[in-house]
Ligand binder design. Sequence first.
Ligand SMILES: NC(=O)c1ccc[n+]([C@@H]2O[C@H](COP(=O)([O-])OP(=O)(O)OC[C@H]3O[C@@H](n4cnc5c(N)ncnc54)[C@H](O)[C@@H]3O)[C@@H](O)[C@H]2O)c1
Length: 502
Amino acid sequence: MRCIFSSLSRRIFCMLSGSLYIIVFFSTFTYAYYFIFYINFKYYTMRNTLNRRQFLSSAAIIGAAGATGAGSLLTSCSGGSKTQELIPLKPADQLYIPTLTDKAAEGKPLRAGIIGCGGRGSGATMNFLAAADNLTISALCDTFQDKLDNLKGQLKEKKGIEVPDANCFVGFDGFQKLIDCPDVDVVIMATPPVFRPLHFKACVDAGKHCFIEKPIAVDPVGARIILTAAKQAEAKGLCVVTGTQRHHQRSYVEAYKQVQSGLIGELTGANVYWNQNMLWYRTKEAAWTNMEWMIRDWVNWTWLSGDHIVEQHVHNIDVFTWFSGKKPIKAVAFGSRQRRLTGNQYDNFSVDFTYEGGIHVHSMCRQIDGCAGNVSEFIQGSKGSFDSSDMTIRDLAGNILWQYDKETEKQFQQNDPYTLEHVNWITHIRSGQPICQAEETANSCIAAVMGRESAYTGKEVTWDEMMSSTMDLMPAELAMDNSIDPASFKVPVPGSEPKAKA
Ligand SMILES: NC(=O)c1ccc[n+]([C@@H]2O[C@H](COP(=O)([O-])OP(=O)(O)OC[C@H]3O[C@@H](n4cnc5c(N)ncnc54)[C@H](O)[C@@H]3O)[C@@H](O)[C@H]2O)c1
């Protein structure tokens, strides 16, 4: 009886002291949170610049602990706290978390000019307009009148916005006219990526904020133009956001916080995938010049797109660049072309990247119908792994430590990452807090180019080679005529001929 009573009283004591402990813990926790928030806020306002390294720090760690659930914080009377063992991956001032409010900060009216009025240019235009109040589109530019007219018509019909003819520029030199247009405050770029370095540099020279769609370079010369212009943009205090929308996707941002908090330990490897059906293509029409055909069919030509490892798969490579903050030292790759109908690109690539610290990342991308699909990233750490396909973090035994709760998105009205990237961009512009994502995205593009070049040649390709390479895929002359010969763009064949039998 005494035994039962003493066991009961021990339990009651344990429950009471546990409750007290929880209350004390959460009060401390709450105060700690506000204290850390206050410190971060002070730090943020003192620096008066967000640049690429805003806050996060302890807030993310607390966020991480909170997201794993109180169960793992307070295991039992006798249990320890797993999250107390977390060792953050980076110092607080090296982490950046975007502002993902439903709408951007209020502020001065902004008039955007659009360079590239195709699918994404039109999409980005609508995303920009949805991101805040007091926004309009004041100028358009495209190489083709029909593309420009299409977006002009959409703006009038859906948004009641009339872009004056005087602010519509057609042709290869249209970008400079748009950038110089006094009615343009900010620029959105969504042409095929080979043109991005030229356009971005001109925009930075003119001192205008810009949103630049990924990829932002397709070759080493273009990448170095971007890196130099990015430094100038930072020096001028400009706001430059790239179209790597996972950086603005609520689920990825939450996962990033967890990984940075140390939940999966040190990063030790990764697999990144973009395997999907064949993309679109255009066959040549009689009225089109060679250049017109190539540009209208651009996702199949390496000089225009960088090949799909750069054009599309850069998103997944970039997730590892973002989460790890590391660059690849070398790449060994293979790839092939089996199904494509136009252009000179490959259908698939498989790359073994060796990153700083000896970390291996396997990158895999394919555009062929009727094959297994997968667009995701899997990042391995010393204590667990992150899988973006189900937005889950598991420990080494496969137990779920954290999972993104999509229900939390119900508290927001805006959950579209394509719009949220504009929300964040405009907030930075209106609050006078510079941001420049161009260097980070350029690094991801260089990684993708390394993979492509290794597959094309069969050789190992290093980061240092890329940094000194004179490879420039832009034609010397840009003219909408037949001076460019599509047949001269051969499908690359790696390695050498087999030796003849002796
Ligand atoms: N972030 C994303 O998820 C995402 C999605 C789709 C496309 N994109 C990127 O957006 C960019 C555009 O892709 P898209 O799907 O809109 O292609 P698209 O072919 O639909 O549009 C490209 C437009 O640019 C125009 N153009 C070509 N060269 C030009 C030049 N020198 N000056 C002015 N205009 C020019 C074309 O005529 C066309 O209207 C690419 O970099 C692509 O990778 C990003």
